[in-house]
Design a protein around this ligand. Structure first.
Ligand code: S3P
Length: 437
C-alpha cells in the first residue's frame, strides 16, 4: 500500500495479515457521549473518543453553544452545563458529513428557547430530514427546511409537549432525536419501534440517571422518557471500540489467506452485532473473547482467522437494520463466499452518505464482479474473481474502506479515488491496514 495521507491510495494483494490492536471509539457512542456530557451537570472525561471527523463536528457544535471542551491527546474533558443552559450559537452550526449529529442535535435544539441554524456538507444537504422535522413539529417546534425536507434547517425551539411516535423508517437517529426532545417536553414522550435499532441512547440516558421506560407491546417496543428530567455527568467514561470499523478488519482477517488478528475492546451491543452472527453462521472463524460490560455496553475482543465462508444468505427486515452500516463490506465478502448473498428491504442504503446500493454495485462492477441491483438491495453470487480497478469512493467513508479491503484480494492494483473520505469515521484506517500486511 502507498501514500497513506494522499487523496488516492493504491492497494495491492496481501497473502498474510498479523496484528493485535485496539480501534478508536464507536462513532455512535462517541456522538452520544459528547451530547450527554454537555447536557449533564458537571465534568465528564471521555476516553477513546472517536477520532472520526463526524464526532469532532459534534464537539464543535456544543462548543459553539457555550460548552467548554478540552481536547487532550488521550481524553476529552467536557464541562457539562445542564439541560437548560446551552447558549444560542452566534453562527450556523456545521455538522459536516454527520447524519447522526444533525438528527440527534435537532432534538436537543427543538427544546431550546432560541433559534438555531444548522447545516452540513453536500451529502448532508441531500439526506432526508423530514423524518425528524415531522415528529419535532408535532411536539411543537417550528422548523424551516429546503423543500420541508433538506438542510440547512432553521429550528425555532421551546414549548414542546410529549407525543407518542411510531417512526415510519427503522432509524436509531429518529428514535434518539425524539427521545432527546422529550427531555425538554411537557409530560411523557414515547417512541414505538416496529423494527429494533441500535439502543445506545437508551443505555446512555440511563447511565446519566434518566429513567427510560421500555416495554414490549403488540406493535413493537415502546420506549418512553419524562420531560423535565435532569442528566448527571457521565464522569470517567471509556467509549467501546467501533464495531463498524472493526468490520473492515474482520473481513480482511477472514478473506486474506494467512491471517490472524486480535482486535481488542470492541462494542458488541446485540443491536449492532448481526454481522458477526452472520459471518459465524457462514463458518467465519471469529472468536469472541473476554466478554464484559462497560458503562452498560457489552464489549469484547475478537480473534479472527482466515476462513472458508459457505452458505446462501437472504437478508431482509430486522437483520438489515442491525447491520445497515456493514452492508458495503458484507457485499465485498459475498464475492468470495461459497454461496449467494441476497439483500432486500435495504432502501435506507439509498439515503446514506452516498446512495450505497449504487456505490457498491458500481464499484463491484469496476472490479468485474457480476451483481444484480434491486431498488431495495442487491444479489451477489460468490466465488468471483476480484480484479484490481479504479474505485470511486463517492465521498463515502464506508465505500472507500470496503473497497480497500477488496483490493487485498484482487489481482493487480486497486486505486481508491478520494480515499481520504475514510477520515469521516476512521482517519487511521490505511495506516492500520498497512501495519497488518
Ligand atoms: C446511527 C444510526 C444509523 C446508522 C448511522 C449511525 C446512530 O442511522 O446508519 O451510521 O448513531 O444512531 P439510521 O438511524 O438513520 O438508520
Amino acid at each position: 500500500m502507498t501514500n497513506h495521507s494522499a487523496a488516492h491510495i493504491k492497494i495491492y494483494p496481501a497473502s498474510r495479515l498479523r496484528g493485535d490492536f485496539h480501534l478508536p471509539g464507536d462513532k455512535s457512542i462517541s456522538h452520544r457521549s459528547a451530547m450527554f456530557a454537555a447536557l449533564g451537570k458537571g465534568t465528564s472525561v471521555l476516553r477513546n473518543y472517536s477520532s472520526a471527523r463526524d464526532c469532532q463536528n459534534t464537539l464543535d457544535c456544543f462548543e459553539a453553544m457555550g460548552v467548554q471542551i478540552a481536547r487532550q491527546p488521550d481524553h476529552i474533558t467536557i464541562e457539562g452545563v445542564g439541560v437548560n443552559e446551552l447558549q444560542a450559537p452566534t453562527t450556523m452550526l456545521d455538522v459536516g458529513n454527520s447524519g447522526t449529529t444533525i438528527r440527534l442535535i435537532s432534538g436537543i435544539l427543538a427544546g431550546q428557547n432560541f433559534t438555531t441554524e444548522i447545516n452540513g456538507d453536500e451529502s448532508i444537504q441531500r439526506r432526508p430530514m423530514k423524518r425528524v422535522i415531522e415528529p419535532l413539529t408535532k411536539m411543537g417546534a417550528q422548523i424551516e427546511a429546503r423543500d420541508n425536507n433538506f438542510a440547512p434547517l432553521k429550528i425555532h425551539g421551546g414549548n414542546l409537549h410529549g407525543i407518542e411516535y411510531t417512526p415510519p423508517v427503522a432509524s436509531a437517529q429518529v428514535k434518539s432525536c425524539v427521545l432527546l426532545a422529550g427531555l425538554f417536553a411537557k409530560g411523557e414522550t414515547s417512541v414505538i419501534e416496529t423494527t429494533p435499532t441500535r439502543n445506545h441512547t437508551e443505555i446512555m440516558l440511563q447511565e446519566c440517571g434518566v429513567s427510560v421506560q421500555q416495554e414490549q407491546i403488540a406493535t413493537g417496543r415502546r420506549i418512553a422518557v419524562q420531560g423535565g428530567a435532569s442528566l448527571q455527568a457521565l464522569g470517567d467514561y471509556t467509549v467501546a471500540g467501533d464495531l463498524s470499523s472493526a468490520a473492515f478488519f474482520l473481513a480482511a482477517g477472514l478473506l486474506v489467506p494467512d491471517a490472524e488478528l486480535l482486535i481488542r475492546h470492541i462494542g458488541i451491543n446485540p443491536s449492532r452485532k448481526a454481522l458477526i452472527d452472520v459471518l459465524q453462521q457462514l463458518g467465519g472463524r471469529i472468536e469472541i473473547k473476554n466478554e464484559r460490560l462497560a458503562h452498560g455496553e457489552p464489549v469484547a475482543d475478537f480473534f479472527v482467522q482466515s476462513s472458508e465462508l459457505r452458505g446462501d444468505l437472504e437478508l431482509s427486515g430486522a437483520v438489515v437494520a442491525n447491520l445497515i452500516d456493514e452492508i458495503p463490506i458484507l457485499a465485498v465478502i459475498a464475492t468470495q463466499l461459497h454461496g449467494t448473498l441476497t439483500i432486500r428491504e435495504a432502501n435506507e442504503l439509498r439515503v446514506k452518505e452516498s446512495d450505497r446500493i449504487r456505490s457498491i454495485v458500481d464499484n463491484l462492477r469496476r472490479m468485474q464482479i457480476e451483481v444484480e441491483e434491486y431498488e431495495d438491495g442487491m444479489r451477489i453470487a460468490g466465488q468471483q474473481k476480484l480484479h484490481g480497478a479504479l474505485i470511486e469512493s463517492y465521498g463515502d467513508h464506508r465505500i472507500a474502506m470496503a473497497f480497500a479491503v477488496a483490493g487485498l484480494m484482487a489481482t493487480g492494483e486497486t486505486e481508491i479515488h478520494d480515499a481520504q473520505a475514510a477520515s469521516v469515521s476512521l482517519p487511521e484506517f490505511y495506516e492500520l491496514l498497512a501495519k497488518l500486511t
